[in-house]
Every structure is written in C-alpha cells, then in structure tokens.
Design a protein around this ligand. Sequence first.
Ligand SMILES: Nc1ncnc2c1ncn2[C@@H]1O[C@H](COP(=O)(O)OP(=O)(O)O)[C@@H](O)[C@H]1O
Ligand SMILES: [Mg+2]
Length: 409
Amino acid sequence: MAIAPSYSGKSQPWQYATIRTLFWELTKGVMYLQTLHLRNFRNYRDQFVDFTAQKTILIGNNAQGKSNLLEAVELLSTLKTHRTSRDADLVQKEAAIASLQARISRSYGVAELNAVVRSRGRRTFSLNGETLRRHIDALGTINAVQFSCLDLDLVRGGPDNRRNWIDGLLVQLEPIYAHVSQQYQQVLKQRNALLKKMRKLDRDGEVIPQESRQELLLWDTQLAAAGSRVTRRRSRGLERLLPLAQAWHRDISGDTEHLTITYNPNVSWTEDDPHKVQQAFLEKIEQRRTAEKHQGSSMVGTHRDEIDFEINGTPARFYGSQGQQRTLVLALKLAELQLIEEIIGEPPLLLLDDVLAELDPSRQNQLLDTIQSRFQTLITTTHLNSFAADWLKHSQILTVEQGRLQNFS
Ligand SMILES: Nc1ncnc2c1ncn2[C@@H]1O[C@H](COP(=O)(O)OP(=O)(O)O)[C@@H](O)[C@H]1O
Ligand SMILES: [Mg+2]
C-alpha cells in the first residue's frame, strides 16, 4: 500500500513500514522526496503520496491532475509555478486555503517543508515546524528541474521565456539570487512609476519638480547596483552551463550540430567587476535619458537582456525542425540537471510532464539512459507504451483520476 487517503502515520502494516524504512535508508545521502501531502491544492482534496521508488510514473487521461501534482513539487522547489502567478488559481475552487507538505531526505538529514497558499492573502512556509520569516529561506530544500512540452517556448518564444529560465536555474544554484532578482524588480517598478509620473507632468505642460529629478538619480544608482548583480550572475551561470549543454547537444545530435549560447545583456560589459558594471549601467542610462523621458519607462536594464541559442551558426528559433528544437531543449535540461548536481552536490529531482511521448525513440532513450537511477524522477503520461519493460518494472506506477491517486494494477 503506497497511498493512504489521509496521513495518520500509524496504520501501516509492519512489513510495509520495514520495507519503507529500508528504502529510505538506501536513499540516504541523496536528495529524495519521500512523501507529499496535498490538501485543497488544485483538484486534490486530500491526497497523501508515498514515493516508493526512484521513478514514479503518473498515468491518466487529460485533465485528471497529473500536471497539478508536478506543479506542487515545482512550487515547493522554486516557490513559483510556470502555470500561474496567482495563488488563487492554486487553491481548490471551494476552499480558501491549500496546504502542501513534503518530507525530503537530503545528505544532511530529513527536512519537512510545509507551504500554505491562500486564495486571498500571503503564503506561509515552514521548515521542520518553524515558520520561515523570509520565504526565500524555503528555497534549496528541494531542487528540481522541470521539463514539459511547453518548454519549446524557450527556443521559439520571446526573450522573457529565456530570462525566466536562467533566473529559475540561478535560484536553484544560489537561493540568494531570488532576493537579488526581487530587489531588481522592485527598483524597476518604482523607477518606472516615477518616469511615468514625470512624463505626465511634462505632457500636461507642468514643470517637473527638482525633487523628482533628484529622486530619479537615486533610482538610477539603485538600478545600476541591482542590475549589475543580476547581469553578472546570469553571465556566470550561462558560462558554466554552456560546456555541459554543448556536450549533451553533441551527443544527442550525433556530432552533427554545434550549439552556442550567447548572453546578450542589455547593458554590455566586459570585466566582471561590480563598479565597472555599474558604471556601464549609468552611462547607458545617461545615453537613453531623453528616450526614457518620452517613453515613461525604463529602457535600460536586465529586464531587456537576451539569450541567443544558435545551432551551426543559425539562430535556433529559425533553424530546422521541431525535432531539432526539442534536441536543444533536451540538451539544456540535461545540462541543468548536471550543473545543479555539480554545485549542490546532490542530484536534483526531475519532473517530466508529458514529454516522453513528444520525443522520438532515440531522444527518449538518451533521456532515459541519463536518468537511469541517478535522479528521482516523476513522469506524467497518458499511456505506458513509450516505456521500456525494464523501466516499468523498476517504477512506481500511479493512476491519476479526478484528483485521486491509486496504485496502477
Ligand atoms: N483551483 C482548482 N480547483 C479545482 N480544480 C482545479 C483547480 N485548478 C485546476 N483544476 C482542475 O485540474 C484539472 C487539470 O489538471 P492537470 O493536472 O492540468 O491535468 P493533466 O492530468 O492533464 O495534467 C482540470 O480538471 C481543472 O479543472
Ligand atoms: Mg498535464
């Protein structure tokens, strides 16, 4: 019995408890999500999940709750979900509060992470029973790399897709980046509000007060300071990721394609020195002063950074087939897994949402070979025929139906 409708912790038969303890003993020392308990989260009313194998396959028809379950793990891992920015969407329709509770073993011990999400109001996080005053302290408890069929937007979509992607990775590599990036967003928002106010005064033919001009100079400095932290970290992260992604890409494409990833920051700089980078920001802000005045918003900064993927010298978004774009995304995801493992020292979780069916057999094998038993993996699928028999044998298979999980039989 892998699943109990509600967690009591008492009613396990002893054999089961022993097997489970043994399994947990074996997974000690690496990151392992042991259990997850969702209440009023999306279409789950009250669902306890016990992850009894390194690989869990969630099988079910569309709109049953497969992606919702991965989303819960993503939320606990990154404090964000790629599907919504509104907490109200996460809470079950008739409820006001959702709770997510995870038990995770790490090299340093077992952690209990708890999140309460409200349809109105702030979230609450607690770690090992203690409420976290700063939410970002919940980051780093669970590391996960998500790979879904939507990820082709990384190649085809606008630059914000790629900025969100690198930012998401950086948060996992160094949780403090969440704070850095938040600070930048705050400065940007306030600076934009001021620019807008100044533009309005100007348009109304009024004189812009001296204080506003002074205030803008203050925001310039702050934008340069926060922006310099963001751009330097993005650059370093991409630099470390590049050789890994290139190696994977070479492997998957059978040596025929060469991948380059180029970071094109809106404010360019050459020397990784905080003062020089800030100076570059201030100079560019000065150059764009008049344009910003007309536009009424910030035209200089890391919110305009671009990351370019090129295959054999051609921008990937214009290059070749969907299959080639999938190869690129797959290479990026495998590189992320590897980089997080290198830096954190433990293999992250891998969340595969509907992607297996989208990959051709050779790319599927590449992915499955890489995962092997190295990464705890949660996979959603509508059918099992893409999986090798050996894989199925070693996986926990759960069916998902209307927000309820059951052992597959
Ligand atoms: N806040 C919510 N409350 C109740 N049901 C929800 C909520 N958000 C999403 N759902 C339901 O979840 C289902 C979609 O789940 P999802 O995990 O995306 O499906 P899939 O199994 O195809 O991955 C839909 O039926 C949707 O109505
Ligand atoms: Mg889905």
